[in-house]
Ligand binder design. Structure first.
Ligand code: B1M
Length: 208
């Protein structure tokens, strides 16, 4: 079946072929949303599961996510009304003082692969800039990443800044190598995840 080719291309990291495959399916009249849900998103769910079960590792997950993203670039303009397709809006970024973005980018790509509309504010993002990002994009969830023990406190400052700005309805999820569930609870974040597939699961449960 044709959608299986798209699904398989993500699992096989066919970065060179995914765009052509999707164009071919669209030309043949396959619905863009069907290609998204049953092709790209279903494949990224399978990738997340394989990672969680130790069958693949970060490099493979990155290649699959990159393939998915190339497919998404072709599909996005055809999807029409984003709100109708998306599971919700997420703003994401690496906190101030921290330049690490590989994990954050992977989380962002997996969230996109999981059906969310993701706005990435980049690295070295101050609490004030997160507040501005939330005001601009009106997300259901704000995702914070930190890789340094010295930048973890900025996560708490960001939670406080959101509250001070009257934006406490936005759910905050955090992650990064030194971050723990206890830390998330202590700073008043709504959730923590240890890796990108778990971040997708968490975002799905927070946006329900
Ligand atoms: Co840096 N670095 N680094 N570094 N670096 C670490 C983090 C470190 C553990 C290395 C070490 O000493 N063993 C250490 C931190 C120690 C600590 O604070 N406890 C460290 C240090 C000290 C530094 C510098 C201070 C070094 C120096 O200059 N003296 C400096 C700081 C710069 C700064 O940020 N201000 C620095 C710089 C760099 C590079 C620029 C060279 C480079 C970053 C390049 C880039 O990101 N574009 C770099 C790298 C590559 C690393 C290591 C080697 C790898 C990080 C990585 O990309 N991992 C790292 C050591 C290590 O972790 N083994 C290290 C792969 C990535 C897929 O995993 O980022 O953990 P990770 O993301 C995972 C999860 O954490 C989770 O999901 C991701 C995917 O599964 N996750 C989330 C992440 N964000 C999430 C958000 C979520 C949910 C889940 O929700 C929103």
């Amino acid at each position: 079946m044709a959608i299986n080719d798209v699904y398989r291309a993500v699992l096989d990291f066919e970065e060179d072929q995914i765009a052509d495959l999707i164009e071919k399916e669209l030309t043949e009249g396959v619905e863009p949303n069907k290609l998204l849900q049953e092709g790209l998103i279903a494949a990224m769910d399978a990738v997340g599961k394989a990672f969680s079960e130790g069958e693949i590792f970060v490099p493979e997950m990155l290649m699959a996510a990159q393939t998915m993203k190339l497919g998404l670039d072709v599909l996005n303009p055809r999807l029409g009304d984003k709100d109708a397709q998306s599971r919700g809006v997420i703003v994401i970024g690496t906190v101030k003082g921290d330049l690490h973005d590989i994990g954050k980018n992977l989380v962002g790509m997996m969230l996109e692969g999981g059906g969310f509309e993701v706005h990435d504010l980049g690295i070295d993002v101050s609490p004030e800039a997160f507040v501005e990002g939330v005001k601009k994009y009106q997300p259901a969830i704000l995702g914070l990443s930190a890789l340094l023990t010295t930048t973890m406190p900025v996560m708490e400052e960001t939670v406080k800044a959101l509250k001070a700005a009257g934006l406490e309805q936005v759910k905050v999820m955090i992650g990064g190598a030194p971050v723990t569930r206890d830390f998330a609870e202590n700073i008043g974040a709504d959730g923590f995840s240890a890796d990108a597939p778990a971040a997708v699961e968490l975002a799905r449960s927070l946006s329900r």
